[in-house]
Ligand binder design. Structure first.
Ligand code: GRF
Length: 215
């Protein structure tokens, strides 16, 4: 059985994409495997004409920071615990992204709810990846929730970020079959592989489409 099935527009070779030019800012809170995939795609892949301006991470010990050092990507820790509220935190993140001249924001495992002011600052130019087939299983425990529900198929979704959490126009999805012996780790690993396959192409297609859902 295949590990995953990507929505047709995003299967390799099914749709020719131009290589859009844009400056990307990445937000991550954890391991950063999606971040690394995007950096790789900007180095000879589908995002080759994009510039990765930098990574913002809100967790000082997150592994994505080690990846940023290894990959030589500018990075900054902005710890949300240093700010009195979400608005002040988001203002600092937006200021950093603006100072990097970012025109697209890519949430690659950003475990923070963003404020309306943030969304307004980058209106229709924020993409998120979520480890389920939205609108099923929004929230921070999507993989465990899918296992608990007993679904036989889950996956991942790339969507444009709007004010509602894990909502907003869907750009791409990949379906990942659930195996009878899966636990959260094994299922998460296969979802990650699907994410790495669709995320760079979904970013390229959305930039090419100017921030609207891809037809
Ligand atoms: C991914 O599963 C993504 O869908 C979710 O957070 C995880 C980040 O993984 N939002 P990584 O840090 O990119 O490895």
């Amino acid at each position: 059985m295949d590990d995953f099935l990507a929505s047709p527009d995003f299967e390799f070779g099914q749709r020719s994409l131009s290589r859009p030019s844009a400056t990307l800012g990445i937000l991550a809170s954890g391991s950063g495997s999606n971040f690394e995939t995007i950096v790789d795609a900007a180095d000879g892949g589908i995002l080759d004409d994009c510039r990765i301006a930098g990574l913002v991470c809100n967790e000082p010990d997150a592994a994505c920071l080690q990846r940023a050092r290894r990959l030589d990507v500018p990075h900054r820790v902005i710890d949300h615990r240093d700010f009195p509220d979400r608005t002040d935190f988001d203002t600092e993140v937006v200021d950093q992204l603006t100072s990097w001249s970012v025109d697209w924001v890519i949430m690659a495992g950003w475990m923070r709810i963003v404020t309306p002011a943030f969304i307004e600052a980058f209106h229709r130019r924020i993409l998120n990846i979520h480890p389920s087939l939205l609108p099923s299983f929004p929230g921070a425990h999507a993989v465990a929730d899918a296992l608990e529900a007993g679904v036989r198929m889950t996956g991942c979704t790339v969507h444009i970020v709007t004010e509602d959490v894990d909502d907003g126009p869907i750009v791409a999805q990949a379906a990942v079959p659930v195996r009878s012996d899966d636990d959260v780790d094994s299922l998460q690993q296969r979802i990650h592989r699907a994410e790495h396959a669709i995320f760079p192409r979904a970013i390229a297609a959305t930039i090419e489409a100017g921030g609207t859902p891809v037809e």
